[in-house]
Design a protein around this ligand. Structure first.
Ligand code: LLP
Length: 419
């Protein structure tokens, strides 16, 4: 996390002291680095520059309007998965022809809305969906470009909850069925133009091998289909690049491109990428305050004001996030502790058995690292807790990009029935 570094024993984001943000804006608060977000976006775009790819930032990683706007202004398209994400995309004035839309369960309303907006591709995940898009496109007198999301049946060797391209997963269409779609439907369905292949094999993938296997399968399929009269012009290879949370050694953007580019050589395909975590993950931290230090006969707990509703990843995937005090103190031994929230679940923890300075005390601020992706976007109001604030740092300045929720927000849509 290059843009989060200690200077004179204080943790900074770019040029801003994180403790200052925590004291001024309150905690829990997510803090993102503009420089890091743009840097990561450019890293992946530049790695593939010889074929001028379309990089569609995967909004689900972090859909804050300011963050999406920042990336869109830098040239990104967007990968969306719901009507809600399309609504957000429209708010930030992205060129709608840079939007690709995946999801196994697009509803009629969502399809109609996206079709009417003029998105680039639907990434189609079933035959039933393809037929639905065709009917709706017909009713709107449109011909819609679609990509078939294939399930290449490769094991991405990541957490089973975020592996998406084996036969057991709900995502995509197997290669044999994809062939049949071209034989049986490509000509028959007049209002869809099947001109792309999409794949996304999983998330937090640390080696290039699974990507290489899947891209090879996709390209072989495209060659085959084109030789039989199809006209596939685009290949979307999804997201999934892993990042460093602890001591992982994931491929760099350069290594990734170096492995993928030769497979695409002389194929004349327009390449689309959908990175989410790679751009946002290491670009953000979650700041939280210690409410109590609780020593029991067997262990120490730091009870903090963030919880599983703010950051679900540790509870849900047993994910590791580094946790560090924003101020380095001298001396002080290390002591093992569990860092837990106030939610009424034993599964509510941000870290277990973590070595931290034993002189940490009430009111101290901790930074939960690498929480820029799948942090806020997976947060909830469980236990009627207000969702956190968000801040974007730019050099020596920062801006609030989401106000902390109020109690009023919690009940805004509720109606007290006549009971
Ligand atoms: N494209 C599609 C179709 C996807 O389903 C996803 C993520 C992405 C792109 C972006 O993948 P990325 O580059 O971020 O790996 N909540 C989990 C991650 C779920 C990913 C879901 N799909 C986590 O916290 O680890």
């Amino acid at each position: 996390m290059r843009d989060f570094q200690f200077k004179k024993n204080r943790l900074l984001c770019e040029g801003v002291d994180l403790e200052k943000i925590a004291r001024k804006e309150g905690t829990p608060v997510f803090v993102y680095s503009r420089k890091s977000l743009l840097g990561r976006f450019n890293e992946i775009k530049d790695a593939f520059k010889e074929i001028d790819p379309l990089v569609c930032y995967s909004m689900k990683a972090n859909s804050n309007l300011s963050i999406c706007r920042l990336l869109v202004k830098a040239g990104a398209g967007l990968d969306i998965v719901s009507g809600g994400e399309l609504f957000r995309a429209k708010k930030i004035r992205v060129s709608l022809n840079k939007i690709v839309y995946a999801s196994v369960g697009k509803t009629d309303d969502e399809i109609r809305d996206a079709l009417g907006s003029g998105i680039l591709f639907f990434n189609v995940e079933s035959v039933a969906e393809l037929k639905r898009i065709n009917i709706i496109a017909k009713s709107l007198n449109r011909k819609q470009k679609v990509a078939i999301r294939i399930n290449p049946d490769v094991d991405a060797k990541t957490h089973h909850y975020i592996t998406t391209a084996t036969k057991q997963n709900k995502f995509g269409i197997d290669i044999k069925t994809t062939n049949n779609i071209f034989l049986s439907y490509a000509k028959k369905l007049k209002n869809v133009d099947i001109c792309a292949i999409h794949m996304h094999i999983g998330s937090q993938i640390e080696t290039v091998n699974p990507f290489v296997q899947a891209v090879k399968k996709s390209v072989a399929l495209i060659d085959d289909l084109n030789s039989k009269g199809a006209c596939i012009t685009h290949l979307n290879i999804g997201g999934g690049l892993g990042i460093i949370y602890k001591d992982e050694k994931p491929q760099t953007a350069g290594q990734y491109a170096k492995a993928i580019l030769p497979i695409l050589k002389n194929k004349g395909l327009k390449l689309i990428l959908e990175p989410g975590r790679f751009i946002a993950g290491n670009s953000g931290v979650l700041l939280t305050k210690i409410i109590y230090v609780k020593d029991t006969h067997v262990k120490r707990f730091y009870i903090i004001d963030a919880a599983m509703n703010d950051l679900l990843r540790p509870s849900f995937y047993k994910a590791y996030h580094e946790i560090i005090p924003v101020k380095k103190t001298k001396g002080g031994k290390k002591k093992s502790a569990d860092i837990v929230g106030a939610v009424c679940e034993s599964g509510d923890f941000l870290a277990k058995q973590r070595l931290l300075p034993d002189n940490l005390k009430q009111n101290d601020i901790l930074a939960v690292m690498s929480t820029g992706a799948y942090g806020f976007s997976m947060s909830s109001n469980y236990n009627s807790r207000k969702r956190a604030a968000e801040v974007l740092v730019n050099g020596k300045k920062y801006q609030l990009i989401r106000i902390r929720e109020s109690y009023g927000d919690l009940i805004r849509n509720e109606i007290v029935a006549n009971v």
